[in-house]
Design a binder for this molecule. Structure first.
Ligand SMILES: CC(C)(COP(=O)(O)OP(=O)(O)OC[C@H]1O[C@@H](n2cnc3c(N)ncnc32)[C@H](O)[C@@H]1OP(=O)(O)O)[C@@H](O)C(=O)NCCC(=O)NCCS
Length: 175
């Protein structure tokens, strides 16, 4: 188990399905659209999705739990892990009821540290909808820089939207 001052970062268990299902089926939360499918799903399928996580070598998911009450507050992940190119995609969803309390910053800090210190990755990137200011500012505040914009990349709610690519490259002398 990994932890920092306020949070624990643990693997996701099928018993956590109701939490991830709530976050991943939140179609009202447009900022999450790049990470979740528009298809309807069920709690049972959510459990199956969690059960097959250990077999997927190109991704790793963590549940973020508050140390104070052990309740889940977010999940954060690396996907499309490429060991030759030493890069991965980063994603995060914080419980809408818990936003603005420093969880996103702590969790992205953790996943960057995990990616470099445990997986020896060198480059991380996130895709963020153009109007998702919270996410753009969060990643930029942690050293991610705008690398480009995918024009009219994502279709949702009847329109195509631009997507920013935010990238981070390890620069601590171990590159
Ligand atoms: C983006 C997200 C992860 C931020 O998580 P959070 O726990 O609310 O963020 P924090 O409280 O740690 O804030 C960290 C920084 O993010 C930025 N930020 C957070 N909320 C913001 C908002 N509503 N508007 C502008 N900037 C915001 C700020 O730079 C903030 O730093 P500050 O508090 O010093 O100003 C969260 O809003 C979320 O889950 N959004 C939906 C999913 C998503 O967009 N994921 C990212 C795409 S991969």
């Amino acid at each position: 188990m990994f932890s920092d001052n306020s949070f624990e970062y643990v693997s996701i268990h099928p018993d956590d399905a109701s939490f991830t299902y709530r976050l991943r089926s939140a179609r009202y939360d447009h900022s999450c659209e790049l990470m979740i499918s528009p298809r309807p799903t069920t709690l049972e399928r959510e459990r199956e999705w969690i059960q097959q996580m250990p077999t997927q070598v190109d991704r790793v998911y963590f549940l973020v739990k508050s140390k104070a009450d052990r309740k889940p507050v977010a999940y954060v992940f690396l996907s499309q892990i490429e060991m030759i190119h030493r890069r991965a995609y980063v994603g995060i969803i914080v419980d809408p009821d818990c936003r603005g309390r420093g969880i996103g910053r702590a969790a992205v800090r953790f996943i960057v540290d995990y990616a470099t210190q445990h997986l020896n990755l060198r480059k991380l990137y996130a895709h963020v909808l153009k109007d998702n200011q919270a996410s753009v500012q969060l990643f930029q505040s942690l050293g991610f820089v705008a690398e480009g914009t995918l024009t009219e990349y994502h279709y949702s709610c009847g329109r195509y939207q631009d997507v920013h690519i935010l990238g981070w490259i390890r620069s601590d002398g171990h590159a």
